[in-house]
Structures are given as structure tokens and as C-alpha cells.
Design a binder for this molecule. Structure first.
Ligand code: GH3
Ligand code: MG
Ligand code: MG
Length: 564
């Protein structure tokens, strides 16, 4: 939302800048036209002023020439009077002719000025009088001094007027020059101001663009980061879902160990680690599964882990914590995490995660919530499976000896009979009863009797194969089922059990008890019976025979039936 707002602002700012630039360009064109017009007008005015000044100066020059010619006429004529030199008179006449020409020129020059035109008329009349006088002059003629004087007066008057005009026009020209200079300076100033304003706008715009560019880059970076984080979250959530699904498929803790290690490796790429669980005695922690190149010891005491001791997840990193856990035999890694695994308030073990670099530590920290969830889930799954195993054991096993109970035996016997029938195999059923056990109990007490019963169970357990079943039938009576045997093997196995019992020594309260014996009756499927009840009954009959024949012996039902 914020990003879009910023983008809209940016577009608005860019539009206003474009409008400003167009306005500035139009203004600059108008301004230049106006400035050009002004300069043109000023120049025209200056040219006109200069023309008028030149005109006045021309008039003055003409007047001076008229004055000079008048003086020349007077001077040559006087010389002629004194010397009677005809040459002087002809020169005076030539000057008079030149005076006519000059006056004609002056007439054109002063034609635009009515005041000067009037003075000019008087100058023309006196000048023509003087020319006439010179042209008709004889040695005896008198020089017309009055005419000469009038001429000089007219010239003086006109010259004064022109001088005044010259001054006035010079002033006007000066004014025009100043006005032109000032107006042009004003335009230059205005241009400078406009340039400064435009430049400041452009600089502001450039700075604005720079800032927006930086902001956009930052926003893009933030966007890229949040997209990356979102993708990472999605991947993490996907990994957690598949890890949960995998854990739910596990039917025993070994599968949980393996599946959890795989899930941790996928969730925390680049790491090594191990799933370590506290054993039943709570004296040792065992690395039950691992991933990568884990440096943690396979077996170590719980106190060796700082995370387990504190009951809290603990990071060991340089410059953060210098204290090392001691569950490493040789090399101590630099960066690792120990996260206790707790389920139903019970600490089951610790997850150990090792990171080679700072970057991997950061990555793990980013996924710490997911990791916590997975550790919790793993702990819960292990606890649930342990509880299920305990409950299953409780329902199918005898609590004193740990052997299967009678109920389980009966169910299993029916199943094994069916299987043996399907496979055409022989199934042996033993019925075992300790000899004179009542006497032992009465002599040494019930607790001692229980210890002996447990020791017997242990003998049965290690004397049979994994596919055989040893069960406590009740009291000091036991049943053993052996699928897929021959009669000879069945007898031999029973014999070895009997021998093992007779060799049994049970240490208890500084005493060692011995001389135990057991009587064993054997019935075989299918020869001795094809149902569970019948087989048990037949085995019991054989046992009864063994008792009757003196105990501490193995009797096969087959042998009895032959003698019956
Ligand atoms: P035999 O079988 O050789 O004829 O003599 P016996 O003394 O063993 O006779 P019997 O089988 O009738 O006696 C069973 C005795 O086993 C009775 C009881 O004192 C003892 N017993 C049965 N169940 C338990 C038990 O759970 N714990 C202990 N300590 N003793 C038991
Ligand atoms: Mg008995
Ligand atoms: Mg007995």
C-alpha cells in the first residue's frame, strides 16, 4: 500500500516537473522574443538619435561653410579693391557661386525645421544680395557691409539654433543609450534570475529524482527481502508438513530417529547434527541418529551438555559464549546449538546442530521457530511411541518376568497353529512347572521366589530363537511355543532349558540359591492336537507325567500316548 502511495506521489511529482519544464520553455521563448524586440527597438531608437545628431552636425557644417564662403567673398572683394587684381574678384565670384550651391544643400537640410526655414530665407536673401553685389562689382563699388553683417547674423542665429538642437539631440541620444543599456541590463538580470530559478528547479528535481531513486532502490531491496523471506517461510512450512507426515507414519522409535534426522537435515541445510536421547537409566545420552559430519560423541553423560543442564536451547558462538559443552571427544566445533527435547514436561534428550559459518548460524536462527516445532513434534512422537510400547507391553506381558502373558500366549498359539497348518510345519508347545517351588517360597520368602522366577524367565528368553514365544502361564508355570521344529529339536531344546535351570544360581542377600529343577511336558502340532486347547492339555498331560516320574525331566506327549 505504502509502495503504491509512493509511486503515485512520484508520478504526480514527475507530472508537475514536466508541466514546469514546458512552462519554463514557453517562458524562455517568449522572454527571448521580448528581449529581441526590445534590443531591436533600442537599436532603432539609437540609430534614429544618431541620424538626427548627424543631421544637425551636417547643418552646422553647412552653416560654417556658408560663413566661410561669405568671409571669403568679403576678403577677396576687399583685396580686389586694394590691388585691382581681377584674379581676386573672379575668386570672390567663384565663392559666390559655391555659396549658391551650399545654400541649396542647406535648404534641403533645414527643410524639416520650420523655425530654421524662416532664418534660412533671410540668409538666402542676404546671400543673393551679396552674390549680386560681387557679380556687379567694379573697382569703384562699395562693399555692402550691411548685407555681409545680416548674412553673418542669419548664420549665427541658425548656428545657435542648430547648436541648441545638437545639444538637445545629444542629450536625447544619451538618454536613449542609457535607457537601452538599462533595459538590456534589466533583461540580462531577469534572464539571470530566470536561469537561477530554472536551475534551482532542475537541481531540486534532480535531487528529488536522486532521493526517489534511492528510496525506490531501498523499497525494491525490502521487497526482494520480504519475497525471499516469504519463499523461505513457504519452503519451511512445506518441510514441516512433510516432516510431520513422515513422523506420523513411524511405527517405532528407530524410524522416528531416522526420519527426524532427515527432516532436520532438510530444514537446516549446510548443518551437521545429531539427535541424542537420554537412556532408560538416565545416566547416559546416546546419539541415536545424525546427519552431516556431526562431531558429537555417540555416548556421553547428560551433564556434558550445557543445553541439557540449563533446560534451555543454547547457542555456543565465538564472542557470544566461550563455554563449550564437553560432548566432543577430539575437535570442538566453533558454532553449535543444543536444544533440549522435552515432552510432557519430561526431558527426553537434546538436538545438537553444528554450523560451520556465521551465515549458516543466521540461516538456522531464521528457521528457529520451525526448528522448535520440529523438535517438539519429534519429542512428542518419541514419547507417544514409548507410551504405546509401554501400554502394549503392559497388555501382553507379565509384569514380574517380562515374558508374554497367558492371554497373549493363547492368541498367539491359535495364530501359530494356523500358520504351521498353512506351511505344513511342526509347532512345539512346552508346558513348564518349577519343581517344589512352594517349598522354596515357604523357606526363603515370596520376594526370593520372585527373584528366582525372573531368573527363570531370563533363561527361557536366551534359550529360544526370536521366532519362539516364552509366556508365563500363571504362578510358576510357563509355556513356550516353537514354530517350525522337528520333534528331536523340540526335545533337545527342552532338555537344554532343563539343564540350564538345574545349573541356575541366584545371588540374593549375600546368599546364592541353587538346585532348582523344572519339569517340562511337550505336545506337537499337528500329531498331538490341532487346536490350542488340545495342545495345551496334551502338553500339560506330559508335564504331569514328568512330575509323576520324579520331576526334573522332559516328557513328550507322543511318548505317553504310545504307552497308553
Ligand atoms: P511341584 O510343582 O513340584 O509339584 O511342587 P510345587 O511346590 O511347585 O507345587 P505347586 O506347583 O502346586 O506350587 C506352586 C507354588 O508356587 C505356590 C506358590 O507358593 C508359588 N507361586 C505361585 N505363583 C508365585 C509367584 O508369583 N511368586 C512366588 N514367589 N511364588 C509363587
Ligand atoms: Mg505349579
Ligand atoms: Mg511347581
Amino acid at each position: 500500500m505504502l509502495i503504491w502511495k509512493k509511486r503515485l506521489n512520484l508520478v504526480a511529482r514527475q507530472n508537475s516537473t514536466i508541466v514546469l519544464l514546458i512552462a519554463a520553455a514557453v517562458g524562455a521563448v517568449l522572454f527571448t522574443i521580448e528581449a529581441g524586440g526590445l534590443v531591436y527597438e533600442n537599436t532603432q531608437r539609437l540609430i534614429s538619435s544618431a541620424d538626427w545628431v548627424q543631421h544637425t552636425e551636417d547643418v552646422i557644417a553647412s552653416l560654417q561653410r556658408v560663413s566661410l564662403l561669405n568671409e571669403r567673398i568679403e576678403y577677396r572683394t576687399r583685396l580686389y579693391q586694394l590691388t585691382a587684381n581681377e584674379e581676386q574678384l573672379s575668386r570672390a565670384k567663384a565663392s559666390a557661386n559655391q555659396l549658391d550651391t551650399t545654400l541649396a544643400h542647406l535648404k534641403v537640410l533645414v527643410g524639416d525645421n520650420p523655425k530654421q526655414a524662416a532664418s534660412f530665407q533671410s540668409l538666402v536673401s542676404c546671400s543673393s544680395e551679396l552674390s549680386n553685389a560681387v557679380n556687379t562689382f567694379t573697382p569703384k563699388s562699395e562693399l555692402p557691409d550691411g548685407v555681409i553683417q545680416r548674412c553673418q547674423q542669419a548664420i549665427g542665429l541658425m548656428t545657435d539654433q542648430e547648436q541648441w538642437l545638437l545639444k538637445d539631440r545629444n542629450k536625447g541620444s544619451e538618454r536613449n543609450s542609457y535607457a537601452s543599456v538599462w533595459s538590456e541590463l534589466a533583461f540580462v538580470g531577469l534572464s539571470l534570475v530566470a536561469v537561477v530559478i530554472l536551475f534551482s528547479f532542475l537541481v531540486r528535481d534532480a535531487l528529488l529524482r536522486l532521493r526517489i531513486g534511492k528510496e525506490t532502490a531501498l523499497t525494491n531491496q525490502r521487497l526482494a527481502r520480504s519475497i525471499e523471506a516469504l519463499e523461505d517461510r513457504a519452503e519451511e512450512s512445506e518441510l514441516l508438513t512433510s516432516a510431520r507426515d513422515e513422523l506420523q507414519l513411524c511405527v517405532n522409535v528407530q524410524q522416528v530417529h531416522r526420519s527426524a534426522a532427515n527432516s532436520f537435515a532438510r530444514l537446516l541445510p549446510g548443518t551437521s547434527g545429531a539427535l541424542c536421547l537420554i537412556n532408560n537409566s538416565r545416566q547416559l545420552v546416546e546419539a541415536v541418529s545424525s546427519w552431516g559430519q556431526s562431531l558429537v560423541d555417540d555416548v556421553h553423560p547428560p551433564e556434558s551438555c550445557c543445553g541439557l543442564r540449563s533446560g534451555q536451547p543454547r547457542w555456543r558462538e565465538p564472542a557470544v559464549s566461550e563455554i563449550h559443552c564437553t560432548h566432543f571427544s577430539a575437535v570442538f566445533p566453533e558454532r553449535y546449538l543444543c536444544m533440549p527435547i522435552v515432552a510432557h514436561g519430561n526431558t527426553l534428550g537434546v538436538l545438537y546442530v553444528e554450523c560451520e559459518t556465521e551465515a549458516i548460524v543466521d540461516k538456522v536462527k531464521q528457521r528457529i521457530d520451525g526448528l522448535r516445532q520440529l523438535v517438539q513434534l519429534t519429542g512428542m512422537t518419541i514419547a507417544t511411541l514409548n507410551l504405546r510400547t509401554t501400554l502394549e507391553n503392559q497388555s501382553i506381558r507379565d509384569s514380574l518376568t517380562g515374558l508374554f502373558n497367558r492371554h497373549f500366549m493363547q492368541m498367539s498359539l491359535e495364530r501359530e497353529i494356523a500358520r504351521a497348518a498353512r506351511r505344513n510345519q511342526i509347532l512345539a508347545v512346552y508346558m513348564l512347572d518349577l519343581d517344589h517351588f512352594k517349598k522354596f517360597n515357604d523357606t526363603y520368602g515370596h520376594a526370593a521366589g520372585d527373584t528366582v522366577l525372573k531368573a527363570m524367565a531370563e533363561i527361557f528368553r536366551y534359550s529360544i530363537r526370536t521366532e519362539d514365544f516364552a509366556c508365563r502361564y500363571g504362578g510358576e508355570e510357563f509355556t513356550i511355543m516353537l514354530p517350525d521344529v522337528t520333534p528331536a529339536v523340540a526335545y533337545e531344546r527342552a532338555e537344554s532349558i532343563r539343564r540350564a535351570v538345574s545349573n541356575l544360581r541366584v545371588p540374593l542377600d549375600k546368599e546364592v540359591y541353587g538346585e532348582f529343577t523344572v519339569s517340562i511336558g511337550i505336545a506337537l502340532f499337528p500329531n498331538d492336537g490341532d487346536t490350542a486347547d488340545l495342545l495345551l492339555r496334551r502338553a500339560d498331560q506330559a508335564l504331569y507325567r514328568a512330575k509323576r516320574q520324579g520331576r526334573n525331566q522332559v516328557i513328550q506327549f507322543e511318548a505317553i500316548s504310545a504307552t497308553v
